[in-house]
Design a protein around this ligand. Structure first.
Ligand code: SAH
Length: 195
């Protein structure tokens, strides 16, 4: 098998694993009461953009071969790096779901008896789930042998992250006041100690 084919297989297995990890939490979340929804239509658009960049555009390239002019060959080193980053992403994705528990929602919401989570992977960064999305998009950039499909995930996550992050932190500051402000002072957003 060529390195390019291996990269594509690993990417596809990772996408399936992502949905398998999320499915039980998405099901539970439907039964968890919400007291406040923040920016519903903006959130729908952002989640759609993320899905397009991480899944739809690579699938279009896989199914149609378009844009073939941007194809290139991978080497095994890129595939190994991509696979390791993907594993790290899936691990962090699963852990952040576990640690966030019933406070999790796909869009910005405050749950009934919502509590600030500061333990587990939330101890040093405030947005481990978004960090896992960045890692997913980075893995995609290493694993897909086409510039368009490889980079679409990074562009989509940049749009989702930079549009949503201030709204999310403002929403949590409004809901939890000094508790969340203290937490913000003690942690970075996605890279421990740096950003
Ligand atoms: N930004 C976080 C969570 C993403 S899920 C991360 O990347 O890990 C989005 C929901 O998580 C939001 O609706 C918000 O209400 C909730 N949330 C975010 N940070 C939280 C925290 N530290 N404690 C409790 N809920 C949180």
């Amino acid at each position: 098998m060529t390195a390019s084919h291996l990269g594509i297989y690993i990417w596809a297995i990772g996408v399936v694993a992502w949905f398998v990890i999320r499915f039980p939490y998405a099901r539970k979340a439907r039964r968890t009461a919400t007291v406040r929804v923040h920016g519903w239509s903006r959130e729908r658009i952002l989640l759609t953009v993320a899905a397009i960049g991480l899944v739809v555009l690579p699938a279009v390239w896989l199914a149609t071969g378009w844009p073939g002019a941007l194809d290139y060959d991978l080497n095994y080193a890129a595939v190994v790096i991509g696979a390791v980053v993907y594993l790290a992403s899936l691990w962090l994705f699963r852990r952040s779901h576990k640690d966030l528990g019933r406070q999790w929602s796909a869009s910005l919401e405050i749950r009934e008896s919502h509590q600030i989570v500061r333990g587990g992977v939330y101890r040093r960064i405030r947005h481990p789930m978004y960090a896992s999305f960045w890692l997913w998009a980075l893995a995609q950039a290493f694993l897909l042998p086409n510039a368009f499909a490889a980079l679409s995930g990074l562009v989509a996550i940049a749009i989702l992250f930079f549009t949503r992050i201030d709204f999310e932190e403002r929403m949590l500051t409004e809901a939890f006041g000094e508790d969340y402000r203290t937490y913000m002072r003690e942690t970075k957003r996605i890279i421990p100690g740096i950003y």
